[in-house]
Design a protein around this ligand. Structure first.
Ligand code: AHR
Length: 331
C-alpha cells in the first residue's frame, strides 16, 4: 500500500474505533466495573504483616473485580489519617484499614461516613464506642490469644511441678496502644496479678520488631539473667529475644531452659518452635483478604453481612509440633 493510502486508512480506523468507544454506555466500560478500594496498611514491621498485605492484595485484585489503592503508613497513625483523607477525596467505593493504635480515629471516620463510604476495619480494632463509624470488622481477638498463652503456661508449670514456685517473667510488648498489644498484655498482666508467685521482672516495648526486641532483651540481661519465662507479643520479638539470650549463653527450651512464648505462628516462628526454642506459639491468622472480599461482595449485592468476623486461630506447642504441620500452612 502507498504511504498516503496507509495514513488515510489508519486515520479512518482510529476515527471508527474512537466512535465505537464513545457509543459504549459508561457501565459497560471495563474500568467502571471495578470496585475501588483504598487500603491503609500499618507498615511492614513483621513477617506477619507481609503475609497480611499479600492476602489483601491477592483478594482485592483486578482479576477479582477491584482497583486497589494501597498505602503503607510506616507505623505512623498520622500517615494513616492522611491516607484515609486522600481515599475520601478520591471518592473510593470502600476504605479498608488496619488501625495502628486503638484511639484517634473518630474524626476521620466521621468524614468517611459523611462522604457515604463504607469502612472495613481489619486486623486490629478501634476503641469501643465508635462502632457506628465503620461497617464491618475482620481480624483477631487478641485478648483471647493472650488467654490461650496464659492458660498453657499455667498448665505447663503445673505439669512440671512448679505451680507454687517463684516464676520470673520478662514481658516484651508490641506497639503500645495497638489492640494487639492491649489484648495480649492485659492477659499476662491479669495472670501475674492472680498468680502471686509469678513475678514480672521486666516489661519493655519491642514494637513488634526483631531488632527492637533484641535491643531491649540485651539491656534486660545486663540487669538480670534469672529468667524463667519470656512472653513476647509476636514472632519477630521472640526471635530477637532468643538471639540476645543465646548470645549470653542462655538456653531457650520448655523443659530445661527459658520458656519463650510467642504469637503469630509464621513459618519462621514455627520453625523456632519445632527446634524447641519457642515453647508455645499462638497463631494470629493474617489471611484476612478473602473475608474482606466476601464482605464487600455481599454489600455490593445488598446482602446482610457478618459485622464482626474473628479469624480461626490455633496454637503450637514445641513438644507436639511436626514438620508436616509447618509444611501444610499457607504463610
Ligand atoms: O496486629 C497483628 C500484629 O501486628 C501481629 O502479631 C504482629 O506480628 C504484627 O506486626
Amino acid at each position: 500500500m502507498k504511504k498516503g493510502m496507509l495514513i488515510i486508512s489508519l486515520c479512518i480506523a482510529v476515527l471508527v474505533s474512537g466512535c465505537m468507544k464513545e457509543e459504549l454506555p459508561a457501565a459497560e466500560s471495563p474500568e467502571n466495573d471495578l470496585i475501588v478500594v483504598g487500603f491503609s496498611q500499618v507498615g511492614a514491621e513483621s513477617e506477619w504483616r507481609v503475609a497480611n498485605t499479600e492476602s489483601m492484595k491477592a483478594a482485592l485484585s483486578e482479576e477479582n473485580g477491584y482497583e486497589l489503592i494501597y498505602d503503607d503508613a510506616r507505623n505512623k497513625p498520622e500517615n494513616q489519617i492522611r491516607a484515609i483523607r486522600t481515599f475520601i477525596q478520591q471518592e473510593v467505593d470502600y476504605i479498608v484499614f488496619s488501625p495502628i493504635v486503638e484511639t484517634g480515629w473518630d474524626s476521620i471516620l466521621q468524614e468517611a461516613k459523611e462522604a457515604g463510604i463504607n469502612v472495613i476495619v481489619t486486623d486490629r480494632y478501634i476503641e469501643p464506642g465508635y462502632e457506628n463509624l465503620f461497617t464491618a470488622f475482620v481480624g483477631s481477638d487478641f485478648r483471647s490469644e493472650g488467654e490461650k498463652a496464659v492458660a498453657w503456661l499455667e498448665k505447663t508449670l503445673a505439669e512440671q511441678g512448679r505451680a507454687g514456685e517463684n516464676i520470673t517473667i520478662v514481658h516484651i510488648q508490641g506497639t503500645m496502644g495497638s489492640s494487639a498489644q492491649i489484648g495480649r498484655s492485659s492477659a499476662i498482666e491479669e495472670a501475674i496479678a492472680e498468680n502471686t508467685n509469678w513475678d514480672m521482672v521486666s516489661q519493655e516495648c519491642g514494637d513488634f520488631t526483631r531488632a527492637k526486641a533484641y535491643e531491649v532483651m540485651k539491656a534486660i540481661l545486663q540487669e538480670t539473667q534469672d529468667i524463667d519465662v519470656v512472653y513476647c507479643e509476636n514472632d519477630g520479638e521472640a526471635l530477637g529475644a532468643i538471639d540476645a539470650m543465646e548470645e549470653e549463653g542462655l538456653v531457650c527450651n520448655v523443659n530445661d531452659g527459658v520458656i519463650v512464648i510467642s504469637f503469630d505462628a509464621t513459618r519462621l516462628g514455627l520453625e523456632y518452635c519445632l527446634a524447641g526454642k519457642i515453647a508455645l506459639n499462638v497463631e494470629c491468622n493474617p489471611l484476612q483478604g478473602p473475608y474482606v472480599d466476601e464482605v464487600i461482595k455481599q454489600l455490593e449485592q445488598g446482602e446482610t453481612i457478618e459485622r464482626e468476623k474473628y479469624m480461626e486461630e490455633a496454637e503450637f506447642d514445641s513438644l507436639t509440633i511436626t514438620q508436616e504441620m509447618i509444611d501444610s500452612r499457607d504463610y
